[in-house]
Design a protein around this ligand. Structure first.
Ligand SMILES: Nc1ncnc2c1ncn2[C@@H]1O[C@H](COP(=O)(O)OP(=O)(O)OP(=O)(O)O)[C@@H](O)[C@H]1O
Length: 279
């Protein structure tokens, strides 16, 4: 299967700063892929090159079969883009804005449905200017998906969302993914990456330092588990590669273990470990 995104040896040199230092990446059609990394790691630069918004210094890049540096309007209409910086708030209402943008695409979604999907039906008649930061961000998301994109770029899409809005947004992304939309997401929220992404890549200093499913990143699934429990002698903490065996032994004869927990490193633990001295 031809990848939706294929990147080989990507480099971006800004004056005095190498922001992307030889990056390889493949994203399959229909995949939800998350780019993680500390501030300044090179995520936005990479995404902007893939979107055709920024020229690369070196390397090969193919997005939906074309070189973003050369592709034209028809290619662009197959992309949906939610940039990190919000759209300028206009005098137009939410509904007017979404309908206006729908006209740019050959096969747009229904504007009212999109407004509902992003949870702005009650605000449809309100001016974008009058919305809160999180609500404006939802307008950005609406504009990103109005053109029925094959590939959707989301650069820190839920910054400023309240917890409920984030959950709604996650459900929206899962719906889009189920419909076959390929999604490239950058985020600083590891729970977001874990909830949404089929695969994640961690970038530090312009390089990918690890790439896997959220469950397996950095050997997470195989990492030792920490077993905690309490008995008459107090609290116990034991690290083991075989937590099932340990718990079976401890609970022999039907003994109940107070405060029993079995945990493995969280995605955040693994992430912090990976970026370690590279941040
Ligand atoms: N136009 C520019 N000219 C010079 N340096 C730049 C330019 N744009 C970005 N940089 C530098 O390139 C590096 C990568 O920036 P980039 O915005 O890609 O990082 P990021 O991973 O998206 O960070 P964040 O998580 O903060 O959004 C940073 O050190 C940044 O200062």
């Amino acid at each position: 299967m031809t990848p939706a995104v294929s990147v080989r040896g990507l480099r971006k040199q800004y004056p005095g700063h190498l922001a992307v230092a030889g990056l390889d990446l493949d994203i399959a059609p229909g995949e939800v892929f998350a780019l993680l990394g500390p501030n300044g790691a090179g995520k936005t630069t990479t995404v902007e090159i893939l979107e055709g918004h920024r020229r690369r210094t070196d390397g090969e890049v193919t997005v939906l079969g074309e070189d973003p540096g050369k592709a034209g309007r028809a290619w662009r209409a197959r992309l949906g883009i939610v940039l990190q910086t919000a759209t300028d708030a206009a005098e137009l209402s939410v509904a007017e804005t979404v309908r206006h943008f729908a006209k740019y695409y050959p096969d747009p979604r229904d504007p009212d449905e999109v407004i509902e999907k992003v949870g702005l039906t009650e605000k449809a008649k309100a001016r974008v200017k009058s919305l809160s930061g999180g609500q404006r961000r939802r307008v950005d998301v609406a504009l990103g998906i109005i053109g029925r994109p094959e590939l959707l770029f989301l650069d820190e899409p839920t910054t400023g969302f309240d917890p409920e809005a984030r959950r709604q947004f996650w459900a929206l992304i899962s719906d889009l993914a189920a419909e076959g939309t390929t999604i490239l997401l950058t985020t600083h929220y590891l729970d977001e990456a874990e909830a949404l992404a089929d695969r994640v890549a961690v970038i530090a200093r312009g390089e990918i330092v690890a790439q896997d499913t959220p469950q397996n990143l950095g050997g997470r699934a195989a990492a030792e588990a920490t077993v905690r429990w309490v008995d008459e002698r107090g609290e116990h903490v034991e690290r083991t590669a075989y937590p099932t065996k340990l718990v079976t032994e401890l609970s022999a004869g039907g003994r109940e273990l107070a405060g029993l927990t079995v945990t493995r490193p969280s995605l955040e633990d693994i992430y912090l470990d990976l970026i370690g001295d590279k941040a």
